[in-house]
Design a binder for this molecule. Structure first.
Ligand SMILES: [Zn+2]
Length: 138
């Protein structure tokens, strides 16, 4: 794998390529997703890219009825909320992501601990797109 600088820009480039990447501290082994260039545990700057399996479990979530404009543009509103969550990856890092394939209108139907698999959302489909990190039940 080519070496890219450890930055948000590189992370988003990888997302566009459908790779979920983190950075691992070569000194104390701490793992960060999204990647950090400096380890907050030991302040070491010796970080290495690591590709995540894309599997994890739901640790926390919230259902959002009034979101940012790009979510409203996708048709999410008070009558059609979406779910945002914290996913604990199998590798141990925790990452914020959209949670798809769950019933955001019935939050009580969504269970903490649900096994999830990564899904890359390329939006908008026309024009210069960004890729958003999402997960869905596996
Ligand atoms: Zn470290």
């Amino acid at each position: 794998m080519e070496e890219r600088p450890i930055s948000d820009i590189s992370y988003e480039q990888y997302l566009r390529e459908e790779k979920l990447m983190g950075s691992r501290c070569t000194h104390c082994n701490a793992l960060y997703v999204p990647p950090r260039p400096i380890c907050v545990e030991c302040r070491c700057g010796d970080m290495a890219w690591e590709e995540m399996s894309g599997k994890g479990k739901l640790r926390a979530f919230t259902c959002i009825a009034i979101g940012p404009s790009f979510m409203r543009a996708e048709g999410y509103d008070r009558n059609n909320p979406y779910c945002s969550g914290v996913v604990e990856l199998d590798e141990g890092a925790r990452v914020d992501a959209r949670i798809e394939g769950v019933d955001a209108k019935n939050p009580e139907s969504i269970k903490i601990g649900t096994p999830l698999r990564v899904k890359f959302l390329h939006r908008p489909e026309d024009g210069p797109s960004r890729t958003y990190l999402a997960f869905k039940p596996s």
